[in-house]
Design a protein around this ligand. Structure first.
Ligand SMILES: [Zn+2]
Length: 334
C-alpha cells in the first residue's frame, strides 16, 4: 500500500512501463499486473469476504505473507510490447594506491518522459527529480578530477536509468556490477535536491544502520551544521530510490540533505512566499528549472557529499553495518 496520491501513480504509469529483460523471455512475470485505488481494493476484498482493514494492518507486521483472494475475473486489454535498450552511464576517476576499492556516487538520469498533459504541458522535465542529482554528479566529478592529488580509492559516478520504473537501472547495475560490490565502500545516492537556501541542519535519513552516520555527522560539523535524524519511513521512501538496491546487496549507503532550519529564516520565508506559493511540482510537468532558483543550500549539500566521499576515498575504511541491521549479513566480510 502506497502513501502517495493517485496522481503520482497516474503520472508515473501513463507512459510505457519498463521491466528488465531476462534470458528466458520474461516468462516468469505474472500475467497481469497493475495498480488499483484503495477504494477499488476494498471492493475486491469485500467481494472475496476478506476483511480489508485487518488485512492491510497485517501487511505492516513482520513475517507477513501474501495470499490469494480466491476471486476469478477475466481481463482483456491491448498492449504493445516493445524491446528497447537504455543505458547506465558511468565515469570513473581511478584511485592512486587503492585502485580496486571504490566509492560510488549515484543519481538517476531518467524521469517520466512524455505523459498525461497538465495545463497543456505533457513534458515531464524532472528538474528537481532528478536533474539536480545528475548536475551534482557532474559538479563533483569535475571537482575530483581537478584535485592536485588524486584520491587513493577509485570513484565511480553512476548515472542510472529507469529509477522511475521500479529502480531497474540500479537493479541491473548491482546484478551486473562493473566493479566488485564487496570492494565498494559506500553508495552515496543523490535524488531530488530541490532549490533551497542554506540551512544550519542536515537531515540524516536511515540513521542507525551503519557507520556511515559518523561520516555525515562529522562532515556536517565542518560546515557548522547539526544533524537531525529522520527515520520516519511511513512514505516508504527508503525503498523508492536507487540506494535501496545497493543496501540490498550489502553496500552501506548515505542519504542526507539540508533540513529546514534556515540560516536566514526571514529571507527563506520571503523566497518561498514569492516563488513557491501554491506550487507543487512533484511529479508534474511543471517540475522545471527556473532562473530564480536559489541553490545556495543545495550546493552546500553537494559539498557535504563531496566531503564524505573524499574522506572515504582516502581513509581506506569500509564502514560497517550495525548489528541487527538486515543488510549486514549481505555484506561480504571485510
Ligand atoms: Zn528521483
Amino acid at each position: 500500500m502506497k502513501s502517495y496520491g493517485w496522481d503520482v501513480v497516474q503520472n508515473s504509469h501513463s507512459s510505457a512501463c519498463l521491466t528488465l529483460y531476462s534470458e528466458e523471455g520474461n516468462k516468469k512475470l505474472i500475467p497481469y499486473q497493475g495498480w488499483v485505488t484503495g477504494e477499488a481494493a476494498k471492493k475486491l476484498f469485500d467481494a472475496a469476504g476478506v476483511p480489508f482493514d485487518a488485512s492491510m494492518a497485517a501487511t505492516k507486521k513482520k513475517g507477513f505473507k501474501s495470499f490469494p483472494l480466491k476471486l476469478k475475473t477475466s481481463i482483456a486489454s491491448t498492449n504493445e510490447i516493445e524491446f528497447g535498450e537504455s543505458a547506465n552511464v558511468v565515469g570513473m576517476i581511478p584511485g592512486v594506491t587503492l585502485k580496486d576499492e571504490y566509492i560510488i556516487y549515484s543519481a538517476h538520469w531518467d524521469h517520466l518522459g512524455i505523459g498525461q498533459a497538465v495545463a497543456g504541458d505533457s513534458i515531464y522535465n524532472g528538474a528537481y527529480d532528478n536533474a539536480t542529482g545528475i548536475a551534482a554528479l557532474a559538479l563533483m566529478g569535475r571537482r575530483f578530477a581537478s584535485l592536485p592529488e588524486q584520491p587513493k580509492r577509485s570513484i565511480l559516478f553512476l548515472a542510472l536509468t529507469a529509477e522511475e520504473s521500479n529502480l531497474l537501472g540500479s537493479q541491473y547495475y548491482v546484478e551486473n556490477p562493473l566493479v566488485s560490490l564487496e570492494k565498494t565502500a559506500v553508495c552515496l545516492n543523490l535524488d531530488c535536491y530541490a532549490d533551497y537556501m542554506r540551512t544550519g541542519d542536515v537531515v540524516l535519513s536511515a540513521a542507525g544502520q551503519s557507520e556511515t552516520d559518523n561520516y555525515v555527522i562529522e562532515a556536517a560539523a565542518t560546515q557548522g551544521g547539526t544533524v537531525v535524524i529522520n527515520n520516519d519511513n511511513s512514505t516508504g521512501w527508503y525503498y523508492r530510490s536507487d540506494h535501496y538496491n545497493f543496501a540490498k546487496m550489502g553496500v552501506p549507503i548515505v542519504i542526507a540533505k539540508g533540513g529546514n532550519k534556515y540560516l536566514d529564516p526571514e529571507a527563506a520565508q520571503a523566497y518561498y512566499e514569492k516563488y513557491h506559493k501554491g506550487i507543487s511540482n512533484y511529479p508534474q510537468p511543471s517540475d522545471e528549472y527556473h532562473e530564480w532558483w536559489n541553490l545556495s543550500g543545495t550546493l552546500e549539500d553537494i559539498y557535504l557529499f563531496y566531503g564524505i566521499g573524499l574522506r572515504l576515498a582516502n581513509d581506506g575504511y569500509f564502514p560497517k553495518w550495525y548489528d541487527g541491521v538486515e543488510f549486514k549479513k549481505l555484506r561480504v566480510k571485510k
